[in-house]
Design a protein around this ligand. Sequence first.
Ligand SMILES: Cc1ncc(COP(=O)(O)O)c(C=O)c1O
Length: 392
Amino acid sequence: MNRIYLDYTATTPMDRRVYDSMATFHTEVFGNASSIHSFGREAKAALEESREKIATLIGSRPSELFFTSGGTESDNAALFGIASVAPGHGRRHIVISSIEHHAVLHAAEHLKNSGFSVTLVGVDESGFLAPSRLERAVTENTLLVSVIHANNEIGTLQDLKALADVAHEKGALFHTDAVQSFGKVPLDVAGLGADLSSFTAHKLYGPKGIGALYIRRGIDFEPVFHGGAQERNRRPGTESVPLAVGFATAAEIAVEELDRESKRLAELNAVMRKRIAAEIPSALFNSPIEGAIPNILSLSIDSSQMQIDGDALIVNLDLEGIAVTSGSACSSGSLQPSHVIKSLGRDDMTTAATIRFSLGRFTTEAEIHRAVDVLANVVGRIGKRKRTISAV
Ligand SMILES: Cc1ncc(COP(=O)(O)O)c(C=O)c1O
């Protein structure tokens, strides 16, 4: 059976060109970037070159970017690193959107144990956060506002500049999780008004286990880990030069191919959406048509029209070789209905019957058609249509 991977939001296969660019740095150029001898210096040069490349692509200075183990660490470092300096500022309030990734949501919840209050701001039925809504939540006591750039479950892109302005007007800092937007839409962290921003390599055909956190120059930040002085004292531990090189190569390719690839993905996405709308009348789309990254199409089966078990849906698609997820990859396996889909105003049963298709560099139109054929068939087979009682 030919398997079809439509879960690029969970992770991407590494691009061959990325893989090849890393090889030398595992074997020949293997020095510790902190060593002062020639082996160390050549490793350090490759590390700094990678940092420079990524910094240029996101519109930051190299000195504002430090490497982490991935998006989760970057998000945690952003929240805890800023919260640790809070006593100096006297601010003890954090504001996040209701559709943050768990790496931000759970980190913020944890900060409640250290005396912070946390406000979750809701979004509209397409996942957009209105600046006026944020304005009502941010106070003179707010230390940090964190809003995800492109949501990982539905793809909705926020108007970051307007949201960052709201935070800054009250003297708060602004963090954005740009894990899903990097490489899919042009990024300019400084222009968007972000004080901190999180990235990861494995969502853009790079290696797993490396990410980065941008911290604008002049921002007070306390490292989360303690040890050596690597990464300008912001993240101790021996840097992985091969992973950094792979991250930079992946980012360069993604940005270079961005225009062509996002157009191609948007077209595939539209084909899929049109066919699903025509063939599965109970499908409610969670991803907006405009204002979203082009590779995500999330839909739920409307519980008022049809009863269907979300997990059974995913398992049946998998049996037919179609790999998709029921929500965020990071929350699958947990029985909690997705907080993101619920935030759109969906009831629990509809939320539980959610599928996220995410397309990528290797997705073909034939795969899209096959996936819709299978979906329509599985929904027809395992869904229980609700009887409609018409008024007499
Ligand atoms: C929006 C978002 N933030 C953070 C993460 C976590 O990134 P990582 O897997 O690199 O830890 C993910 C991964 O699913 C994500 O989609």
